[in-house]
Structures are given as C-alpha cells and as structure tokens.
Design a protein around this ligand. Structure first.
Ligand code: AHG
Ligand code: MN
Ligand code: MN
Length: 335
C-alpha cells in the first residue's frame, strides 16, 4: 500500500528546499489548511443550517455578499492573524488591505491575497465553490508594512494555491517548484497527498467561457469560440463546452483534463471581470507551474503591473497550445 502523506508532513519535508525558511512559511500554509477545513465543514452543512443566502451587506464591488463569503473571509483572516507570519491580508471582501499588527506578528514578513469564497453564486444550489490564495514576501524592511508591499507583480509570488470544495475537498498549491494536490480525508481530518506533481495536458478538448455574454465579446474571442465549435478530426473538434461559473472549479477540471478557461473583456466589463491580485495571478502561477499558460490575450498575466488591489483583468488560461491558439486569433481579429 502506498504511504499516506499528509499536507503537514509534506510541507515540513519540503521546507528543506528553502534553506532560508525558518518554519514561518510552513506554518503559514498549514494555517491556511486549517482555515480551509473549517470552511469545508461549513460548506458541507450549508444545506442543513440557516447559513445560506444573502448576508444583507455588499462587498467593495457592489455585489451582495453571501453569508458563507463573510464566514470564509473571517476564518482565513483570523487564522492568518493568530498565526503571526502575515503582515498584510488583501481580501476580495475588504476594500482596504488589512494590516496585521500584534505582538505575534511584529516581525511578520508575508503578505497574503485571498478570494475566500470563489463562485459564491453556486452555494445556494449545492455546486462546487473554492478559495484562492497567493503569498508574497514583504519588500519594505523597517516599520509598518505598506500598501506598496501588497502591490507586487504576479512573478513575485512565493506560493499560490486553491481549495476546491467539490465532491471531495482538495487543496492544490505551488511554491514555484511544481504543483501538488491534496484531498481531504474527512474521517481523519487531514489533507492527504493524492495528486503529486500535477501537469496540465498541453492540449485538451474543453473550453470554458460564459457564452451567454457572446454578443458582448470582442471579435477575436467570438472567432476563437467558433473555432472551438468547428468539426476537425485532427484536433478533436468540436470541443466540449463546460462552465460551472466558479473559476476554481472550472480551472481545476481543466487542469486535470486539459482545456482553456476564458474570462475576456466585454462591452459591459471593458477591463474584464476577474481580479488580478487574488484570482488571476494565483491561478496563473499554478497553471504555469503545471506546464500551462496564462495571459490577458497578449501579455503574460504574471507580468502585468499591479496598480490597485482590486483591479481586474481579462484572462485566457489553461493548456498551453489552446491558449496560444486563442492568442493568435485575438491578435488577428482584435480583442
Ligand atoms: P466570486 O464568487 O469570488 O465573486 O467569483 C466569481 C467569479 C468566478 O469564480 C467565475 O468564474 C466568474 O465570476 C463567473 O462570472 P459570470 O457569472 O459572469 O460568468
Ligand atoms: Mn472569485
Ligand atoms: Mn469571492
């Protein structure tokens, strides 16, 4: 029987790969794992208790917050606050960065960007949701961490990961040395290594985009969608269309099976919908580390300048050959 390896054991073992790490980084990932287990528990009982539905407040983007968004946000922030390794948390659910200043965190050198609950419109209908996180090292050396510390490019990420609360709950993360996936075994309450060294197929047969917005797409995107739908035996087209409406779940499937996920600019959302700092950058880091590709149509996502915490970006991400094909059509027909 294969040896069972828990997330805790795995990260302690990997700490050897980071000679400068003194255990804080290990602790950080493990704190995220603990908060993820608590959110898993709540997501799983969401149908049983009165935690579903609108919370009655709006987040910074004017969207209604669901109760579980608020709950997940609180869990991750509180785990990071008490862990003491983190000096700033940037969250989708908070307009301003959260500066953590306490006795335990006075020497904290890490910054976390997080989408605590991704795909929240799926909660009420028992469909997979997720969490996305990204880890940076603070740049400033003295005093209080600053906003600039939180505005780093995606290439500066030390680690990124997601949790998908699906038919099983999985945590997938990278520290820039490949991607590993862990499945939660609820009977022992541990994430166990189930998908070592994940690689995304270089091409696939799935495209994921909200096609209901078709009329609002730029011409290059419309042309690429039509390309996906044309019959061609050599490239196994037409492709299948699969769209859950939760980026984590859609990308998790495409990571395993091969495929492309697209959220383009639209005439309604001229900068795209998804957020660069806590949605696009972490997913781009993970997918690149798995051998895939991520761009805004022409520029690598990870190279984009970060001017504000909640800025948006178009994204074309997934199997490298499929993203390249989409980029070629965007370049030809405009986007
Ligand atoms: P969130 O629930 O964190 O606001 O994110 C929802 C995002 C993303 O997960 C998903 O891919 C996309 O919004 C779906 O948007 P559309 O409903 O416009 O397709
Ligand atoms: Mn999201
Ligand atoms: Mn969210």
């Amino acid at each position: 029987m294969a040896k069972l390896q828990t997330l805790g054991q795995f990260i302690v073992e990997k700490q050897k790969d980071f000679p400068y790490a003194k255990g804080e980084f290990t602790r950080l990932i493990s704190d995220i794992g603990i908060a993820a287990k608590i959110v898993h528990r709540e997501v799983n009982k969401a149908g049983l208790v009165n935690i579903l539905g609108e919370h009655g407040t709006q987040n910074t983007h004017g969207e209604d917050q669901k109760k579980l968004d608020v709950f997940a946000n609180e869990q991750f922030i509180s785990a990071l606050r008490s862990g003491g390794e983190c000096c700033i948390v940037v969250s989708e659910e908070n307009d301003e960065p959260i500066f953590i200043e306490s006795e335990v965190s006075k020497d904290a050198k890490y910054i976390i960007a997080i989408d605590p609950l991704d795909g929240s419109s799926n909660i009420d209908v028992n469909v997979s949701v997720g969490t996305i996180f990204s880890v940076y090292r603070r740049k400033s050396v003295n005093g209080r961490a600053t906003l600039e510390d939180a505005l780093q490019k995606g290439t500066e990420q030390l680690a990124a990961g997601y949790i998908v609360y699906g038919s099983s709950t999985m945590l997938v993360y990278t520290t820039g040395n490949g991607v590993n996936g862990f499945t939660l075994d609820p009977s022992i309450g541990e994430f166990c290594l189930s998908h070592p060294e994940l690689k995304i197929p270089s091409k696939g047969t799935i495209y994921s985009i909200n096609e209901g917005n078709y009329v609002h797409f730029p011409l290059g995107v419309k042309k690429y969608i039509k390309y996906c739908q044309v019959e061609d035996e050599a490239s196994s087209r037409p492709y299948s269309s699969r769209y859950i409406g939760s980026m984590v779940s859609d990308l998790h499937r495409n990571l395993i099976k091969g495929g492309i996920f697209i959220y383009p600019t639209t005439s309604q959302a001229p900068k795209g919908k998804l957020r660069l700092v806590y949605e696009c950058n972490p997913m781009a880091f993970i997918i690149e580390q798995a051998g895939g590709r991520a761009s805004n149509g022409s520029t690598r996502i990870l190279k984009l300048d970060v001017d504000s915490l909640h800025q948006r970006s178009a994204i074309f991400i997934g199997s490298a050959e499929m993203v390249l094909q989409a980029e070629a059509m965007l370049n030809e027909f405009g986007y």
